[in-house]
Write a protein of this length. Structure first.
Length: 105
């Protein structure tokens, strides 16, 4: 079983990966999460770490979903980086501006 984002399948067009691409027999595209599922995912991860107060504003969560396309790994990456940006700014909540600064880099 080989799992990966759509960009992985695009890389199979490279000559050096042609043999691997030829051995893939089934491809199943997976849709990203819905906006409310993205929010639930971030909140569940924060709760698992012991956070009880809402650390992300609604606008920040909306922007995370839009930027990630609902892809779990990307949601986590953006959320982690935005949380760090908020920490560096000594902010008590992750605001949309923190997410925006992560997405723009």
């Amino acid at each position: 079983m080989l799992c990966g984002a759509e960009t992985l399948s695009l890389r199979f067009g490279l000559t050096m990966l042609e043999a691997l691409a030829n051995s893939i027999t089934v491809t199943i595209p997976v849709e990203g999460l819905a906006p409310e599922e993205s929010t639930s995912f971030v909140e569940a991860r924060l709760n698992a770490c012991g956070a009880h107060a809402p650390l992300f504003t609604k606008n920040a969560l909306t922007l995370i979903h839009q930027a990630s396309g609902g892809i779990l790994r990307t949601i986590g990456t953006i959320a982690n980086a935005a949380l760090f940006k908020a920490f560096l700014a000594k902010s008590t909540q992750v605001e949309a501006e923190h997410v925006q600064s992560v997405v723009q880099r």
